[in-house]
Structures are given as C-alpha cells and as structure tokens.
Design a binder for this molecule. Structure first.
Ligand SMILES: Cc1cc2nc3c(=O)[nH]c(=O)nc-3n(C[C@H](O)[C@H](O)[C@H](O)COP(=O)(O)O)c2cc1C
Length: 204
C-alpha cells in the first residue's frame, strides 16, 4: 500500500499542513508507505507551456512531470489537501493537474469518448475554507465543488473518489476545533485506507 499525499499550502503553520503532518504520521504508524508532495516545497512549475504540449504530443514527458507521474502511478491511495481559494484550487495545484494528468498517462480518448487510465486508485479530498458549509449549500454550489474538484479531475482519470471533507471557517476556528477536525479525518482513514472500505462523499 502506497499513500501519496499531495498538498498545496504555502504556510507551514496552516491547518492544511497540520492535517498533512497528521495524515502522514498516521500512515507511518499503520505501516503504510507514505510520500508527501508539497507543491510549494517542490517549487512545482504550474504553467503548461507550448513546449510541454509539443513534447507530450510526441510522447516525450518533461522530467518534472515524469517524476510526479511515477509517484502517482506507484500510489494506491491519494490524499489531496488544499485551501479553497476563489472557489477553486490554489493555482499551483490547478497547474499540477494541467501538467501531470496528461493524455496517455491519466486518460485516453477512445471512439466512445474519454477513458480514465488510473483505475486502481482511490482519492480522498480535504478542502479547508473561510466560509461555512451552509453558505455554499445555500448558494447551491457545494455539490458543484464536489463534482468539479473530485469527479471532473479524478473521476475523469478513472480514480475512485472515496471521500471529500470540507473544513469550515478555519481562520476563526480554535486550536481545539482544528484538532477535532483532524481527529475526525483520521477516523475516516481507519475505514477508507486500512479496511479498503469506500465511504460516501462526506460533507462537514
Ligand atoms: C487567495 C485566497 C482566496 C480565498 N478564497 C476563498 C473562497 O473562495 N472561499 C472560502 O471559503 N475561503 C476562501 N479563502 C479562505 C481560505 O480558504 C482559508 O483561509 C483557508 O482554507 C484556511 O485554512 P488554512 O489554515 O489551511 O489556510 C481564501 C483565502 C485566500 C488567501
């Protein structure tokens, strides 16, 4: 079992990075191999260029992309940890998807339409936010976040979305509340990661 944690928060003292540390330690504690890729620490280049596209078309994968594809290919379980920025991913994470999830690696186009190629994997998404869950539910876009962040990226590539937790009002949450969120997240991993049992998409 290989657990890949992809994280996209620039601040060491963020809730997101505290969650990454907890998930990583929990995997180690349970003898699960874990690899953490913090896209800021990697200084990951998020801009998909015309050179990239030309090379990929010829089957030549740029070195930094190939490295991330290898780690993704080797993983069984992926955790994605990121803050919600303007209703979306931080730019570096969007760029990671643009550059790493290439045609031929993550999906192919068949006569019947696109087909995901990363079929034997599961992903769990963790989204920290400033707003409340209710606010996005009332606006009718919480479902869209789940769909766009989960299915339209990972589902498209054949990866099963095992769960999606939203952490509300993080900037004004107490340390105790943040710890409670982290403990609850770890609780989900006991079923999802260790017992291989799939849970429904979860919203907090
Ligand atoms: C550039 C930027 C854009 C943001 N956009 C949103 C947003 O669209 N919705 C929201 O609920 N919070 C938004 N926030 C607040 C962050 O999501 C929140 O501060 C963060 O998730 C807190 O968790 P952290 O400690 O992991 O950063 C934004 C913050 C920044 C810096």
């Amino acid at each position: 079992m290989q657990h890949l944690i992809i994280s996209a928060h620039p601040s060491k003292d963020s809730f997101s990075n505290a969650l990454v540390d907890a998930l990583s330690k929990d995997s180690e504690h349970n003898d699960v191999d874990v690899v953490v890729r913090n896209l800021y620490d990697l200084d990951f280049d998020p801009v998909l260029t015309s050179e990239d596209l030309a090379q990929i078309k010829e089957g030549r994968i740029p070195e930094d992309i190939a490295k991330e594809q290898k780690l993704l290919g080797e993983s069984d379980f992926i955790s994605l940890v990121y803050p919600l920025w303007w209703g979306s991913f931080p730019a570096v994470l969007k760029g990671y998807f643009d550059r790493v999830l290439t045609q031929g690696f993550a999906f192919k186009i068949t006569e019947n339409g696109p087909e995901g190629l990363l079929k034997d994997k599961k992903v769990f998404l963790h989204t920290s936010m400033g707003n409340s869950v209710e606010d996005y539910e009332n606006k009718g876009i919480l479902k869209a976040f789940r769909q766009i962040h989960g299915q339209e990226v990972f589902g498209f590539c054949g990866i099963e979305v095992a769960g999606h937790l939203f952490y509300p009002r993080i900037p004004t949450s107490s340390p105790e509340m943040k710890n409670k969120y982290i403990e609850e997240a770890l609780g989900f991993y006991k079923t999802v990661l260790l017992d291989e049992e799939v849970v429904d998409v979860v919203t907090r």
